[in-house]
Write a protein that binds this ligand. Structure first.
Ligand SMILES: NC(=O)c1ccc[n+]([C@@H]2O[C@H](COP(=O)([O-])OP(=O)(O)OC[C@H]3O[C@@H](n4cnc5c(N)ncnc54)[C@H](O)[C@@H]3O)[C@@H](O)[C@H]2O)c1
Ligand SMILES: N[C@@H](CCC=O)C(=O)O
Length: 539
């Protein structure tokens, strides 16, 4: 077909509430029961074929009930990874030669399937496997992933439409080629949407992909792969390998055709990947895109409204057990305000219920695994032994049934203490209380207290205070919020990503990100080429 197609104008997927006695709640509960009753074979998918990786087995459990094994997956070996890389390379010519509209149709269909018949499956898998409550799963594995798929198609079309100017007698064009080689997508446990977006965004732009999800997100990743297949994704375009990624990286990072890395996860792992890429020589210079850790702040001015501040602190820090890269983990509160809100913040936090997420009355679930639990329990021990810190809410952890860490608030007099600088990735909020008149000083200290620059909020009604903080904190957060919590970015509305140790700030779900997966060829066609080599000044 020869036409310039318009893609549908995307709108954000409406969020369902799953209130008691609704059919949406009943359907989700039914699917939760079905998925929990199965023992899933969590295979790789290479060239459209499902097979178990050949390395050590890994049990995939419910974090809130670790005795319940949802399924088993295996570490991919170097042979498994080599097969996946070869499959991606084989699939590349046919996939990149498909018109954009055909590739886009696959992902638009995936979005519609997820909005309809696949919604309960992805939500239930995310709830059981990652211990997200219904609302946290809904905003992630349903709405955000649907939005990524639809908005990417829309932004990709805008990129294709971007063409250079032409002077008289000349036609200049951009051929928005994919990268030459394969893209390696490595995804974190905490967002099913990110796990689905990282392989599909480069694929939309014509690349083929090696996808290595997190073992602790493997149940939802498994169903995401099935969703892409159901939407008509050809075999070999996205190849899913399972496990810890060590053998996979050994193969992928040494391959001369590595064209890009699309990573979301910890700063430490991203630094290792960067180092390895820098030491190797590839056919092209790989595009390295990474969104990593955060130490996200809330700073209040004495003029702030207390009620929204309390809600922002509680939701921002403790939703999904603080396991959002955007979670509020340090707050700077003026003394006059803290004396008004402290009792309520503490009481609200103490009343939060973390438990089995299939009990819809719970506010949260468990942290993801034993490693996270041990890391957080050790942090709590250090905090309790620190003379400058006082635990004012929570502070306990219990792994008897699940990996539960109580939502914790720590008041700390030393703003350079590790509670203000280290990403714990759990439900721990550090609070520094300061004399009201030292607001500007505190803003300046918070600006570079931590190495990260992902998200941050300012609470104030005084516009001068907002303006001064916004200016001082310009480089301290890639997503900056005024009178709102620092979490919950919506695709197409608050493009997401941060700088400094938080990543390359390529803004997932925006055209900034999609641009990284294209390598334009400029074409100049001259209609009537010159036939005389001499210039006028030569006479
Ligand atoms: N900035 C963002 O947009 C964003 C979003 C979500 C999560 N995060 C960050 O992610 C982290 C939490 O996620 P996580 O615990 O899954 O992170 P992680 O770094 O432990 O793991 C991320 C992924 O990398 C894999 N991995 C680890 N070593 C590897 C290697 N050598 N080769 C290939 N793969 C390897 C893991 O198996 C996983 O799939 C936090 O630091 C959080 O801030 C950032
Ligand atoms: N985009 C999400 C965070 C993703 C990281 O974990 C938010 O804005 O809360």
């Amino acid at each position: 077909m020869d036409a310039l197609f318009n893609v549908p104008e995307p709108v954000n997927e409406p969020v369902r509430g799953y209130a008691p006695d609704t059919s949406e709640r009943a359907n989700l509960e039914r699917r939760l029961g079905e998925l929990a009753a199965e023992r899933h074979e969590l295979t790789m998918t290479i060239d459209g074929e499902r097979r178990m990786a050949a390395g050590e087995p890994i049990d995939v459990v419910q974090p809130h009930r670790h005795s319940h094994v949802l399924g088993v997956t295996h570490n991919a070996t170097t042979d498994d990874a080599a097969r996946a890389v070869a499959a991606a390379k084989r699939a590349a010519p046919a996939w990149r030669d498909l018109p954009y509209s055909e590739r886009a149709a696959v992902f638009l269909r995936a979005a519609d399937l997820l909005s309809g018949p696949w919604r309960d499956t992805l939500n239930a898998a995310t709830m059981l496997g990652q211990s997200k409550t219904a609302i946290q799963a809904e905003i992630d594995s349903a709405c955000e992933l649907i939005d990524f798929l639809r908005f990417n198609v829309y932004f990709g079309q805008r990129i294709l439409a971007d063409q250079p100017r032409s002077s008289a007698g000349v036609w200049n064009r951009f051929d928005h080629r994919p990268l030459e080689g394969f893209v390696y997508a490595i995804t974190p446990f905490n967002f099913t949407a990110i796990a689905g977006n990282l392989p599909s965004a480069p694929a939309l732009m014509g690349n083929t992909v090696l996808w290595k999800p997190s073992p602790t997100q493997q149940l939802a990743a498994h169903y995401t792969m099935r969703l892409f297949e159901a939407a008509g994704l050809p075999a070999g375009v996205i190849n899913l390998v399972t496990g810890d990624g060590l053998a996979t990286s050994e193969v992928a990072l040494a391959d001369p055709d590595l064209a890009g890395i699309h990573f979301t996860g910890s700063t430490a792992v991203f630094r290792t990947l960067n180092r390895t890429v820098a030491e190797n020589v590839y056919r092209s210079y790989p595009r390295v895109v990474g969104e990593t850790g955060g130490k996200d702040f809330i700073i209040a001015h004495p003029s702030a409204d207390p009620a929204p501040l309390i809600t922002a602190m509680v939701r921002g820090a403790f939703e999904f057990q603080g396991q959002k890269c955007s979670a509020a983990s340090r707050a700077y509160i003026p003394a006059s305000l803290w004396s008004q809100i402290k009792d309520e913040v503490v009481a609200t936090t103490e009343a939060l219920t973390y438990g089995d997420v299939t009990d819809f009355t719970n506010f949260g679930g468990a942290v993801i695994d034993r490693r996270a639990f041990d890391r957080l329990a050790a942090a709590l021990d250090r905090i309790k032994n620190s003379s400058s810190c006082t635990v004012v809410a929570g502070g306990t952890a219990d792994d008897t049934e699940g990996f539960f860490v109580r939502p914790t608030i720590v008041e700390c007099t030393d703003p350079t203490h590790e509670v203000f600088t280290t990403e714990y990735f759990g439900p721990i909020l550090a609070v520094h209380v300061f004399p009201d008149e030292r607001y500007d000083e505190v803003v300046a200290q918070a600006e570079s207290a931590a190495p990260y620059a992902l998200t941050g909020s300012i609470f104030a009604t005084d516009r001068q205070a907002v303006e001064r903080a916004s200016h001082t904190l310009r480089f301290a957060a890639g997503n900056f919020y005024i009178n709102d919590k620092p979490t919950g970015a919506v695709v197409g509305q608050q493009p997401f990503g941060g700088g400094r140790a938080s990543g390359t700030n390529d803004k997932a779900g925006s055209w900034h990100n999609l641009l990284r997966w294209t390598s334009p060829r400029t074409i100049k066609e001259t209609f009537v080429p010159p036939t005389d080599h001499r210039y006028p000044h030569m006479g």
